[in-house]
Design a protein around this ligand. Sequence first.
Ligand SMILES: Cc1cc2nc3c(=O)[nH]c(=O)nc-3n(C[C@H](O)[C@H](O)[C@H](O)COP(=O)(O)OP(=O)(O)OC[C@H]3O[C@@H](n4cnc5c(N)ncnc54)[C@H](O)[C@@H]3O)c2cc1C
Length: 318
Amino acid sequence: MTDRLKKKLAQLASKEVGKVTFSELLSRHNSWKVGGRADLFIEPENTQQIARILHFVHENEIPLVVIGQGSNLLFDDVGVRGVVLKIGQQLAAIRIVGNTIVAGGGAWVPQLARRSMQAGLSGLEHCIGIPGTVGGLVIMNGGSQRKGIGDNIVNVTIVDKTGVIQLLTQEECDFSYRHSALQGSGCIVVGVELNCPAGEIKQIRREMLADLQIRRHKFPRKLPNCGSVFLSTTEMHATVGPPGKVIEDAGLKGLRIGQAEISQQHANFIVNLGGASSADILTLIAQIRQVIQENIGFNLGCEVRYVSPQGVIKPAHL
Ligand SMILES: Cc1cc2nc3c(=O)[nH]c(=O)nc-3n(C[C@H](O)[C@H](O)[C@H](O)COP(=O)(O)OP(=O)(O)OC[C@H]3O[C@@H](n4cnc5c(N)ncnc54)[C@H](O)[C@@H]3O)c2cc1C
C-alpha cells in the first residue's frame, strides 16, 4: 500500500461510515473461501453512509469493491489494495404491502423468497436456493430455471459511483439473461421494489421445496464452491447441452489443479478441497475452456467474477 493510500484510508475510516476493519481476510467473506486481505473493509449501516463512502472514494480515486455474500466472486490471493464494502444485515429489511415487496440490498435472497411465499405472492420461487443478497442478485439479474429477478422488478434504488442516490426503473436497468445495465457502473444497490402476482401458498411452497430438493441432490454441498462457474448459452444448450454436461462429456470431472477440483457431483462446479489459491481456480477454468474449445468449438464464458488486487471485477475467464 502506498503512503498516500494509507493516509486516505485512515481518513475515510475516521468518518461515520459504519463498521471498519483494517487488513480484513477476504477468504472469510466469499463462498469459495479464497482471497487475501483487503486494506480497508467497511460494513455500512445505512444509505447515507454508503453515499459518504462513495463520494470520498470517487473524489480520491481509491479502488472500491462492493460485495454481498461473495457467492459469485473469486478474490485474488493478494487481496484488494483499497476498500471492500460489504452490504449485508444492516440493509436487509423486507416489507410487503399487497403485491409490492420492498427489500434492502443486503436482504438474504432465500429469506426474500420465503417471505413472498408466506404472503401468498408468486414469482420468486426460482430464487429460494440462491445463497446471495438482493443487491448481488439484481446486479447479476440472477435466478434459476432461465428466469431472472429482473422479471419482477419495478424499480431499484442505487447510490451511483459519485455518491448520489437515484431511483431507476426496470427499463433503465435493462435486464437480460444474467446481465443488467448496472454491471460495471460502479453503483451500489441499496433497495429494490418488486411486484409479484398473488398465488396459492401451498403451490408456491411445493415449487420451492422441489427446487431445493433438486439442488440438494445435484450440487456439491460440503465443499466450498461458487455455484455454476460457466454460463449456459441458448446455442450451446440446444446443440450440446448445458456447461455441466459438456464438461462431463469431455471427461473432465474430477480434474484437479492444486486444491481446486471440478466437482465429482456436478461438472459446472469447482470445489475448494482446502486451501485452494485463486491461481489454482483460474488455471482450472483456463484448462476447461481450452479443452471445450478444442473438442467442440464453444467458448465457455464465466458466470463467476474475478476481483483483481486493483479492485476491477470481470468474468473470471477474462
Ligand atoms: C451453491 C450456489 C448456488 C448458486 N445458485 C445460483 C442460481 O441458481 N442462480 C444464480 O443466478 N446464481 C446462483 N449462485 C451465484 C450467486 O449466489 C448469485 O449470483 C448471487 O445473487 C450473488 O449474490 P451475492 O450477494 O453473493 O453477490 P457477490 O458474490 O458478493 O457479488 C456478485 C456481484 O454483485 C456485485 N454486488 C453485490 N452486492 C451488490 C450491491 N448491493 N450493489 C451493487 N453491486 C453488488 C459485486 O460487486 C459482484 O460484481 C449460486 C452460488 C452458489 C454458491
